[in-house]
Design a protein around this ligand. Structure first.
Ligand code: CA
Length: 536
């Protein structure tokens, strides 16, 4: 088992570390080590302990992934945490900033179920997602920053195709890691990084035993556009329209049924909700909602309602006290939607690296395991989710899997006062482009932000451009980059040193192309597309 290790540090990288990381990355990602069809598995097997790899590898047809252990009697003690393996539910709303949650200071409406989770658990003031759907999802699934996993920009796989996909032969996920520790795994909601017409077994290959997904609009398949009323949903049984249903209810019903069947656990449920992303709609609770803002509020209300249903189901199954619930977002609210929060008006920041784009509401709750009533300034970003899940589960990580994040499990369990992070970072928005038939980033180096508990540095085109004192200037209006104040200069230099430890150029998505399809987008489609500068 010596190839299994605890979580890798994510302190700033030295050049030597970068070289080592790059070498190990090439062990898991190159063509000769790929593990999809026509595979050479030997090199991948060298990366992991045999017992772990057996459960990690996607097998041909992928219907044979083995649940390692399923009964409560076999729950393991999480590594160094002194507790039985908890169940994990990760709920991620789509396009909703903290200004819409009353527990975060939102003044537009009440979110009672989320407020109760925050009051009974931990609420993070300083948690970063990435700036848009695809970069966030790939980051939390892999534990790597976009410059490393390469999904720096948005690429809508079922819509644009072109052979690009989230390739299980080149990318590991937390779900595959949790399976090695005996977890039953399920996903419901939005996926968008594989086309199930082309890859019907993609979810199993990524480590999910069962799924109930809307995967975005599939070009040439009009019913697939619907995610709310009459949703088009994919499960292992097939893909179809659920006439007369509301998508969120289908997803929640599926998850509750999965909980009932696996309540003896351990289990992990991944719920990337479709709410509250457009198109704006009425909901079963607000069938008469009219106009954009009323419909948006109805969708936030229904988000809160769906979370309440899951919590109620956990209570009824008597597994609430060993199930850790996470609630967060994938990026900020759409720019056209504004809300008052803590006495100031906040404009939605989706697809920007300003605070409204990347500062996520982040709630963690489990009575008896996670301390109640804690509001923390601890730093965490979405690279931390993978190692945190692994530590909570007591799962080993193959030695050559690179993680940029660090586990915050001890903080969540009240065994530490702070996270192990001195800084967090965010990046990633706008559409990717095609170059020589491959999906690559829109620029060589996407704009990035790196921050500590007080200061935030913006790097535009790789160069330090803005510095903000966030507690004094939460709207980021007073640029201190040229400040001569010694404490500001010291803070800037520290953050610049962190930024210099990142690769100068972003990676591109790593994949072996899927076969050509009639709907594959042509490169010309993206040549004319302008990528907006952040903050504009
Ligand atoms: Ca989103």
């Amino acid at each position: 088992m010596k190839n299994l290790k605890p979580i890798r540090s994510c302190k700033s990288y030295t050049n030597m570390e970068h070289a080592a990381l790059e070498r190990s990355r090439q062990l898991i990602s190159p063509r000769k080590a790929r593990i999809s069809n026509g595979v050479n598995r030997r090199q991948f097997l060298n990366l992991a302990a045999a017992s772990a790899a057996a459960a990690l590898l996607p097998s041909a047809g992928c219907k044979s992934q083995t649940r390692v252990a399923a009964s409560s009697k076999s729950r393991k003690i999480g590594t160094s945490l002194g507790m039985a393996q908890p169940n994990i539910i990760f709920i991620m709303v789509d396009d909703l900033g903290p200004e819409w949650l009353s527990c975060c200071g939102g003044e537009e409406m009440k979110t009672p179920n989320l407020d109760r989770l925050a009051e009974g658990g931990m609420l993070f003031n300083n948690a970063y997602s990435m700036a848009q759907c695809t970069p966030t999802r790939a980051t939390l699934l892999t534990g790597q920053y976009p410059f490393r996993h390469g999904w720096v920009n948005h690429w809508d796989v079922p819509r644009w195709g072109a052979g690009c996909h989230f390739d299980p032969g080149h990318n590991i996920t937390f779900a595959r890691i949790l399976k090695t520790a005996g977890y039953a795994t399920a996903a419901a909601g939005k996926w968008q990084i594989n086309d199930f017409r082309v890859q019907p077994d993609a979810m199993q290959q990524h480590g999910f035993d069962e799924h109930c997904m809307w995967t975005g609009y599939e070009t040439n398949n009009p019913p697939s556009a619907k995610r709310y009323w009459d949703p088009y949903i994919h499960t292992k049984a097939g893909s179809r329209t659920y006439k007369g249903k509301f998508g969120t209810d289908v997803f929640a019903d599926f998850l509750i049924d999965f909980m009932k069947r696996h309540k003896d656990g351990p289990m992990m449920l991944y719920f990337p909700m479709c709410l509250t992303h457009g198109p704006l709609t009425n909901t079963p609770l607000d069938p008469d909602a009219q106009g954009n803002i009323e419909r948006h509020k109805a969708m936030v209300r229904y988000t809160d309602h769906a979370v309440g249903r899951l919590v109620k189901a956990l209570d009824e199954l008597n597994i609430r006290n060993n199930t850790i619930i996470f609630f967060t977002t994938d990026n900020g609210t759409a720019k056209s939607i504004r809300a008052r929060m803590n006495g100031r008006l906040v404009r939605g920041g989706k697809a920007t690296i300003g605070e409204p784009g990347v500062r996520a509401p982040f709630i963690v709750n489990c009575p008896g395991l996670v301390p109640a009533g804690v509001r923390t300034d601890a730093l965490t970003d979405f690279t931390d989710i993978f190692p945190t899940f692994a530590e909570l589960a007591g799962a080993g990580i193959p030695a050559d899997v690179i993680l940029d994040g660090r586990s915050i499990a001890k903080l969540l369990l009240g065994k530490a006062d702070d996270s192990p992070r001195d800084w967090i970072m965010a990046m990633g928005f706008g559409a990717a482009k095609l170059a020589d038939g491959r999906v690559v980033g829109a620029k060589e180096c996407a704009d990035r932000v790196v921050r500590n508990k007080r200061y935030k540095l913006w790097l535009l085109d790789g160069k330090p451009a803005k510095l903000f004192d966030l507690p004094a200037d939460p709207a980021e209006t007073n640029n201190l980059i040229d400040s001569k104040a010694p404490n500001v200069i010291a803070a800037r230099k520290k953050l610049e040193a962190v930024a210099r430890s990142f690769p100068k150029k972003d990676g591109a998505p790593k994949y072996d192309p899927t076969p050509p399809q009639p709907w594959d987008v042509k490169p010309e489609r993206f040549k004319k597309k302008k990528i907006k500068k952040p903050g504009k």
